[in-house]
Design a protein around this ligand. Structure first.
Ligand code: TYD
Ligand code: MG
Length: 438
């Protein structure tokens, strides 16, 4: 049979016999890529015998400790031998730095493959992180050569920076394209499972922040990690979005310093900082990052508006959520906000995406308008449309974090609490009660 080619959309896998500029299914531009179609045989293949699970011995190879505690915790206690981990993140966020640190600190043999930097560039970076390192590196983009060396050397851990640079003659398309990336991951997976070699693959992300290449990439690997953070703020958060060997609710916090990424043991301290001053509009709240409570400072600034349409600007907080809070404030607390521009900022460049910070933002706005300072208080709670302060999960954890950092007072919703400690807890039902409490 003559070999045929088809065109496959890299974001939704739509198939078309012809090339088109725009995918008719998901409307993304320029996403159709050429792929060779496998010939289809009509007969079933030879029979293979299934294995009875009860007779299977579990390979009791222990997890590989990477020597970076936060990283180990995020992936569930170390790397599982023979697993595939995909690490994604924006350009310049520190993926290569983290990978290099991992390879220098992991016990056991490690091979660091870079398709993006030359050996001397890697050495430059490695020297910055740690002068006495014994690391084997390979600057190579030919997938077959890489796999050959891995099979020959049998290291315990292989790092590939990045999967988009790997190229093989066997697959069609350009490096980084759907066909190439799919092929590379398939080949790597086969080698990983056969030889129990662990791979960490670094992946590029698209403008929207998703891993570049086919969506199937995420299905193929065992663990998907994202390194996040504002490029110009120094902290980084390592988040796990898929994990076949553990939970996905742990996050790791790092700080980018002169000598690479450093684990942050007490992140609240980093975000609150020593440079905060007592001023109106500043309110401390507590949000959950994974299973960990973080204290953050929210700042609101209001100024009288010159135009008919007042401004609502946010950094680190959802703008629509702010509009909603403004509506609640004017309706339920009788605040006239129509002549005020409102700016809300979360310190440290972190993004809040949980409603538990609602009450804190609302009180920060009131504090700024009335120009009265809210001191030594942590404010927690979600605001409902009728001005009620609603339940938040993990309240006790958040309170303990506040206590650890020496706060005296907490304003929070009426959750059931068995907390007994030094901190003064004011449980409020409505926005009006909360305003009275502070
Ligand atoms: P990098 O790991 O190259 O990012 P990625 O691989 O995700 O594209 O990180 C580059 C950034 O990290 C760069 O802006 C400089 C900074 N950096 C430090 O601040 N300290 C260091 O020790 C290193 C190696 C990098
Ligand atoms: Mg890089």
């Amino acid at each position: 049979m003559k070999s045929q080619t088809i065109f496959v959309c890299s974001s939704c896998q739509y198939q078309s016999p012809r090339w088109q500029g725009r995918c008719p299914q998901c409307s993304s531009w320029n996403s159709l890529e050429e792929q060779r179609m496998a010939s289809q045989s009509r007969k079933p293949g030879p029979a293979v015998k299934p294995v009875n699970l009860s007779g299977v011995d579990i390979l009791s190879k222990p997890r590989i400790k990477t020597g970076i505690g936060e990283f180990d915790e995020v992936i569930g206690g170390g790397l599982v031998p023979g697993s595939l981990v995909l690490l994604g993140g924006d350009p310049g966020i520190g993926k290569s730095t983290l990978a290099l640190q991992l390879s220098m600190q992991t016990e056991g043999s490690v091979l660091y493959v870079s398709g993006e930097e030359s050996v001397s560039q890697i050495k430059l970076r490695a020297d910055r992180i740690n002068k006495n390192h014994q690391l084997d590196v390979l600057a190579e983009t030919d997938l077959m050569a890489v796999l050959g060396s891995v099979e020959n050397q049998q290291p315990e851990l292989v790092i590939i920076d990045s999967i988009q640079t790997m190229y093989s003659e066997e697959a069609s398309g350009v490096a980084g394209g759907v066909a190439q990336v799919t092929n590379a991951v398939q080949q790597i997976m086969r080698l990983a499972k056969q030889n129990h070699i662990t791979f960490i693959l670094i992946g590029h992300v698209t403008k929207e922040g998703y891993l570049a290449g086919p969506k199937t990439l995420e299905h193929m690997v065992d663990t998907v990690l994202y390194l996040e953070g504002e490029r110009f703020a120094s902290f980084r958060i390592l988040r796990c979005v898929k994990n076949r060997f553990g939970t996905t609710n742990e996050v790791g916090v790092f700080e980018m310093q002169g000598a690479g990424l450093v684990e942050v043991k007490n992140p609240s301290q980093l975000f609150l900082g020593e440079d905060s001053i007592k001023a109106s509009g500043n309110v401390i709240t507590s949000v959950m990052e994974g299973s960990r409570a973080l204290l953050l400072e929210i700042q609101a600034l209001t100024s009288s508006s010159n135009f008919g349409y007042p401004k609502r600007t946010t950094a680190g907080f959802d703008n629509n959520r702010l509009q909603l809070l403004c509506a609640i404030l004017s309706k339920r607390a009788g605040m006239n906000l129509s002549s005020h521009d409102i700016y809300v900022n979360v310190i440290g460049g972190i993004k809040i995406d949980e409603p538990g910070a609602d009450l804190a933002v609302a009180l920060a706005i009131i504090s700024s308008i009335k120009d009265s300072v809210i001191e030594d208080t942590v404010v927690i709670g979600e605001l409902g449309l009728s001005g009620e302060v609603r339940f938040v999960p993990n309240l006790e954890k958040r309170i303990k974090e506040a206590e650890k950092l020496g706060f005296k007072k907490i304003v929070c919703p009426k959750n059931k609490l068995s907390y007994k400690g030094k901190i003064d807890i004011l449980q409020v039902k409505t926005l009006a009660e909360a305003i009275k409490a502070v």
